[in-house]
Design a protein around this ligand. Sequence first.
Ligand code: SF4
Ligand code: SF4
Length: 361
Amino acid sequence: MEIPARHILRQGCNSVVENNELLVDWSLIENCNWRCSYCFADRRYVSKFIPSLEQLKCAADNLLAMNKSRYYLYLIGGEITIIPHFVPFIEYLNEIFGDKVELMLVTNGYRPWQYFDNLIALSRNKLNITISIHSEFVKLDRLVSIVENISPKATLSFGLLYHLGKKAYVKEIFSVLSEMKKNYRFGLSIAPVLVPPSYTEADPNYTAEDHTWMKKGNKTCKLLEKISGTEPDSVWPFTLNYDVLEDGVERSLTSAAMTDKLTEGYLNFKDMYCCQGIGYFYLSHTGECRGSRCPINIGPVANFFEPGAQLYQVKKFPVAMKCQLDNCVCAPHHILPKFRDLRETLAFVRNAHKKIAMEHS
Ligand code: SF4
Ligand code: SF4
């Protein structure tokens, strides 16, 4: 039976909050070596600013001073590997965080496999690499060599954008990579291109046939890896919790169960209170810290390129924002605690503030 989105009472990743962990959604750079026609690039990726190694190290030091039990650093751009000091930065993160850090990189895959091999050699924990495949620029032979050489050593995943202007090439890439899934462990999924202004809706020019092809392709991938015993590790190590009302009874569901039950609108948290800045926050390429990267946030609360910025949390975070969007599109936001009831929200925020204040006293 389907459960409507308005019957979601609570949502988020309980373990991250309970275990005092932190996912940092870190946009290291807003520039790229490519200019995909459908990218935010036209509007957003005009910043030539590249943070210095000293600024990046300062932000990392501030994060470490927050004394979390575990850090998930989700490093995205633009294209992060065009930062000239990206490799020394990764080296520094491993040095100061040690086993407490899990690095999750998102790249367009223009670097050869040897580049990633070097990053793997520097990493204490298994590196998590997601490659967004952009068919206007990507070279298929490069992706093939990354699968052959990197998939045995890292958690590797590909997100293939179904660009309508490059249908034939997209299908060729899919055919080659899905065939490789029989022998190698890596994730592969097809996603639609999202369109402005909100970038939450799929391109309206997709036909029913296009949607069917994407759906079928994603199903084929799952089937292939099951049959071949090559199921990859999940690139996203968070279990989402849903408390819902089903037939008037409150029930708890995990992400796996929710996909069956909440087939429509399971990422629709409209009118719920979204508690930002706990278990997750966003860092911009200029060091600004916000509770989310969605348009609903209270604005920057600190700059992590300044020493001592970690102390912001005593006063500001978590902060409850009333969600006004129909689709919570960015995966990192799915772990934020969300509540339907205002009183419950306020109690959660109050307790979190008390706890953080005690940790800093
Ligand atoms: S590779 Fe990604 S960031 Fe770069 S232009 Fe293409 S879509 Fe934008
Ligand atoms: S869309 Fe924004 S405000 Fe709404 S739940 Fe997601 S992160 Fe929170």
